[in-house]
Ligand binder design. Sequence first.
Ligand code: KG4
Ligand code: ZN
Length: 347
Amino acid sequence: MGEGYILAIETSCDETAVAVATLDGEILVSKVASQVALHAPHGGVVPELASRNHSVDLPPLVNITLEKAGVTWDQLRIVSATSGPGLASSLLVGDTTAKSVSVALNCPFYSINHMEGHLLSPFIGLKQSIPEHVALVVSGGHTMLVHVVRVNDYEMMGSTKDDAAGEAFDKVGKMLGLTYPAGPEIARLAKGGSREAFQFPRSMIDRDGHEFSFSGMKTSVLYQLKNLENPLGARQLSDLCASFEEAIVDVLVSKLFNAAEERGVSAIAISGGVSCNERLRTRVEAEAARKEMRAFLPATQYTTDNAAMIAFAAAMRAREGVAPSELDLDIDPNLSIEGPVTRLTEG
Ligand code: KG4
Ligand code: ZN
């Protein structure tokens, strides 16, 4: 690829993120201004607070990121931003900023699906093409199995019928009096706990389909808590976290490998906020080794929301000859991973 750089912006939820990458997708700088502390007292993300803070944090973060990368405006060749799925008012801040930069610099704009960013994140920094594989994307808002045929050719195999995996961690954390987002804290408490102390249902684990359901597991935690002392002792808390984590991981691992087998692929990948869970990573790697499959896991800094994965997705799209996005393309809070299909450049 030629000289020049990519500027990427991600503001789909509560993280303001900017990254600068080479046209080959090598990440120079990836910065995230987290709003977690701002939303924590509310027990979840407040859309109005998120968008207003994006508009305050984003312009200086763009300047800081470019400066740190040692890249000047006139060296940018591609500008990209997340256009969905996510919160409409948050998406608009990043999308409009990126389009404005693209107009001012007269360079192509790539509108990127946030889930495509997560999907391709395990391949950041690997100097190899992206193989056909089945991917599990697990975050606070999504749990899905995707058959990745190649860049820009994705088959949605299944998703959750109720809560996302990260959401289940967060809701159970709330029941236990932990702060939001509770995933990392549950994982920490689970260390040293017994994975068999509590029994939780593994909903839909043996079904042929690729759908997930975590609400039964959540309800089971609620009922079992009613029969225990409040607050739980340290040992019980640790056991409950370990047993709950194991139930979620069992379902995720089983469904991922069933889906991979069904599509006949020899590689799998995981991504999204929950993919930094150590137990999940260990189990996925062990199962892949047992089945002699290649496993692709993202570096932990690219598991939660970031703009490096958006820059990387834009680089992969450009490399594959996918046409840039029109500037009048709208954001889409419900954007699907299967569309809209971006047309390929001719010739
Ligand atoms: O991808 P992400 O940053 O945001 C969304 O797009 O949703 O994912 C955040 C989610 C939260 O639900 C959080 O509790 C969960 O990822 N999470 C974890 C861990 N770290 C973050 N869940 C389980 N174990 C972890 N270590
Ligand atoms: Zn995400």
